[in-house]
Design a binder for this molecule. Structure first.
Ligand code: SF4
Ligand code: SF4
Length: 100
């Protein structure tokens, strides 16, 4: 299994999760962060750190965010991830407010 980052991270990217990941498997892309599904050890340390509750164990990801399974498993291919995130954000009219 792996953990998955979903819609609430788009354009937020505060990187709180990166600071606590013991294996440095959370990586930054244009509009959100992505977890390396091969390196993630399912420790769960990142989940409570996210201020917008964007991180889930794969088997507990809300159905409405299923698209993010494909997006996270596209790691590490930025040429796939960035267009998939842009297409998702446009289709779902994502307007996440910046956090202070
Ligand atoms: S579950 Fe653990 S290993 Fe996986 S991304 Fe989160 S902090 Fe890193
Ligand atoms: S803590 Fe949440 S919002 Fe911040 S970068 Fe990580 S997943 Fe994205």
């Amino acid at each position: 299994m792996t953990y998955i980052i979903a819609e609430p991270c788009i354009d937020i990217k505060d990187r709180s999760c990166v600071d606590v990941c013991p294996v440095d498997c959370i990586h930054e892309y244009e509009r959100m962060l992505i977890i390396d599904p091969e390196e993630c050890i399912d420790c769960g340390a990142c989940e409570p750190e996210c201020p917008v509750e964007a991180i889930f164990p794969e088997d507990a990801l809300p159905d409405k965010w299923n698209a993010f399974v494909e997006i996270n498993y596209a790691f590490p291919d930025a040429d796939k991830i960035n267009p998939l995130v842009n297409a998702y954000a446009e289709e779902h009219d994502v307007k996440n407010e910046p956090i202070s």
